[in-house]
Ligand binder design. Structure first.
Ligand SMILES: [Zn+2]
Length: 387
């Protein structure tokens, strides 16, 4: 997942097409895995977007240039085996430039044809997506890693205290020297942790860290936690035991279960809050709605700020191509209740609704946590918080 890495965002941002050339940028929200290759709705979406884009161009040279790039994109998408939730492509074939990547998050569909790769959605996603700082400490060594979207990266060279030297002594001095040594070691260790706490503060700022997991021997992480600045302390999500020398992959193995538990708790809260707000909603100004029909209704009115979908859930429905309304069932004569246009049946109206929410700057929350998912499915199956 390079596209959402600061260094690759930077290199994408630096890319610039020469005179007479343009870069085609494509973001494509892929069909849910279960439905992949069944209808290929995303291929139709792509085709429509590319045609609309072409229609906006006047310069015949630009049109020919776009057609070449669009052809490449169509081919890539046709051959593509989805590994993520959305796909991003940048290309300028005349310059031999192509870039393609699966992303683990849903981004709104869109195409752009400009001098530079259109990276705004990636930047927004980078800001939006939760990053977890992992601090691994013992009394002499500390490491800092950032985990995001299931990947982990070591940030800094490990830093450590200057070795505490034990002066060789003999006889009656020995006890005394031992005490001094221990006291000194304790002081050094405290200073060291203080230094870790301060660096941690800077790293949170520099890397946009949302939450922090402290990893190490129990008494060390406890002491570190006690001396953390308030702003850092507020972000501490968990403490986990692991040796300071663990490999990044091993760290992720111990940290992920803790993070998953936090995410699960968050999902349970979201579902509970949505159900509570929807049930006590005032008729004039509901803050949340529940149910396929009610949520689609809110989507049609562009009022959804956050849509909650049980993971893997889909439902067939109807769509009015004339006024873009989404419906879970059609009136008997299969005409749109708003504009009387003829309705089209849709394989997955939930996916279309999520697309709409994303396109309007809203959020899609897939609820996969055991318990929360079933609750939402039973009381919903969809839920939404409204603007
Ligand atoms: Zn209509």
């Amino acid at each position: 997942m390079k596209a959402l890495h600061p260094s690759s965002l930077e290199s994408l941002a630096r890319r610039h097409a020469p005179e007479g050339s343009w870069i085609l940028s494509v973001y494509l929200n892929l069909d849910p895995q279960v439905r992949a290759n069944r209808r290929g709705a995303h291929k139709l979406v792509l085709d429509r977007m590319l045609k609309e884009l072409e229609a906006t161009l006047e310069d015949p040279q630009a049109v020919a240039h776009l057609q070449e790039d669009a052809e490449w994109v169509r081919n890539q998408v046709a051959l593509h085996i989805p590994k993520g939730k959305s796909l991003v492509l940048f290309c300028d074939l005349s310059e031999g430039y192509t870039y393609q990547e699966d992303l683990p998050i849903r981004l709104p569909n869109g195409v752009w044809y400009e001098r530079r790769p259109y990276i705004r959605p990636l930047l927004d996603a980078w800001k939006e997506y939760e990053r977890t700082g992992i601090v691994v400490v013992d009394r002499e060594k500390a490491r800092f890693l950032v985990a995001s979207m299931g990947e982990v990266e070591e940030l800094e060279e490990a830093f450590q205290t200057p070795a505490v030297r034990h002066r060789a002594t003999a006889g009656t001095d020995h006890m005394r020297s031992q005490m001094i040594f221990q006291r000194r070691a304790a002081t050094w260790s405290h200073w060291f942790l203080k230094e870790v706490a301060d660096s941690l503060h800077d790293m949170i700022e520099a890397h946009g860290i949302d939450r922090v997991v402290l990893v190490g021997p129990e008494e060390v992480t406890a002491e570190l936690k006690r001396i953390l600045p308030k702003g850092v302390l507020a972000r501490v999500a968990a403490r986990v035991r692991a040796p300071v020398t663990a490999k990044p992959k091993e760290l992720l193995d111990v940290v992920l279960p803790a993070l998953r538990e936090l995410d699960a708790a968050r999902e349970r809260d979201l579902v509970a809050e949505c159900i509570t707000s929807a049930r006590k909603a005032q008729a004039e100004s509901p803050k949340a709605v529940l149910g396929l029909d009610a949520v689609l209704n809110a989507v049609n009115q562009s009022r959804v700020y956050q849509i909650l979908v049980p993971a893997g859930f889909s439902a067939s429905g109807w769509h009015c191509p004339a006024c873009d309304v989404l419906l879970d069932h059609a009136p008997s004569e299969e005409t749109c209740p708003y504009c009387s246009g003829s309705l089209q049946e849709m394989d997955d109206v939930v996916w279309a609704a999520c697309d709409r929410v994303l396109a309007l700057g809203g959020k899609v929350e897939e609820i996969g946590t055991d318990g929360a998912k079933e609750t939402l499915q039973k009381d919903g199956p969809l839920g939404a918080f409204l603007r």
